[in-house]
Design a protein around this ligand. Structure first.
Ligand SMILES: NC(=O)c1ccc[n+]([C@@H]2O[C@H](COP(=O)([O-])OP(=O)(O)OC[C@H]3O[C@@H](n4cnc5c(N)ncnc54)[C@H](O)[C@@H]3O)[C@@H](O)[C@H]2O)c1
Length: 236
């Protein structure tokens, strides 16, 4: 599909929902998982990233988990890119109604998007494991190279969904509700391999399912390229 055809669809849509993955943030300098130079291509202390980001690894190897997490998910210098900015602008004029993201980096909110569904939680939120209290975890995590605990020794955990953990049911309900209301669904920067998130697009009943990815994917309305580069060519 061409940019011109995408423009026509956007012009005639009234309820656009955006469903994005790690590829939406690569133009901000954050590595995705499955691209050639993605995180899955690099081992850490002989562990595979998909094992490190699991619940059992978090509890059994907490120090290693945090070393990896600090290195790859806590870069405080990152900024939203053209994709995040386009989505914010499109929401502000009522075109895009909801952004559903598998990312945990908080870049959509940083760009100014309001209706954001974070399927896998956020690296900007933390809680204590025993007391289950929200806590400003970043301060603790960045101030120690050890395992971060609160003043009573309670372990601090990021509010992100790790492998082996279920998604939050209210978040799932909201994502499915938004997808099923959409007349156009833009699926971008995701390999659609992480379940159950990837299966939610099956709830789409609208007219146009558009897929944007820098690597070819077999969809009727597919555009090959960088999400930010493509969306920023679409006039609002
Ligand atoms: N930024 C983050 O928060 C972050 C980063 C890495 C992984 N994750 C987590 O990893 C899981 C991985 O699943 P996923 O499907 O989101 O990621 P993935 O790594 O499996 O797939 C990323 C996809 O995006 C494509 N891509 C990369 N850069 C792109 C760009 N600029 N434009 C268009 N396409 C681009 C790749 O070709 C690939 O198909 C997610 O659940 C997410 O929670 C999050």
């Amino acid at each position: 599909m061409t940019i011109k055809e995408l423009q026509t669809i956007i012009d005639t849509s009234n309820y656009i929902v955006f469903f994005g993955g790690a590829g939406v943030s690569t133009e901000s300098g954050i590595k995705d998982f499955r691209s050639k130079d993605g995180l899955y291509s690099q081992k850490f202390k002989n562990y595979r990233p998909e094992d490190i980001l699991s619940r059992s690894f978090f509890f059994n190897h907490t120090k290693d988990f945090y070393e990896y997490f600090r290195r790859h998910f806590l870069d405080t210098g990152i900024k939203p890119n053209k994709a995040h900015m386009w989505l914010k602008d499109a929401e502000s004029i009522g075109k895009v109604k909801c952004v559903i993201t598998q990312n945990i980096d908080g870049l959509h909110q940083m760009a100014g998007s309001k209706n954001v569904v974070e399927l896998h939680g956020s690296a900007h939120r933390y809680y204590t494991v025993k007391k289950k209290q929200p806590i400003d975890g970043l301060t603790y995590i960045l101030n120690t190279e050890d395992i971060p605990v609160d003043s009573e020794g309670d372990l601090i955990k990021p509010d992100v969904v790790l492998y082996e953990e279920p998604l939050n049911s209210e978040v799932v309900r909201k994502a499915i509700e938004e997808i099923s209301k959409a007349d156009t669904l833009i699926v971008a920067g995701t390999s659609l391999t992480v379940y159950p998130a990837a299966s939610f697009i099956e709830y789409f009943k609208g007219k146009h399912l558009i897929v944007i990815n820098k690597e070819y994917m077999q969809f009727k309305h597919f555009i090959e390229g960088q999400v930010g580069e493509i969306l920023s060519q679409i006039k609002l």
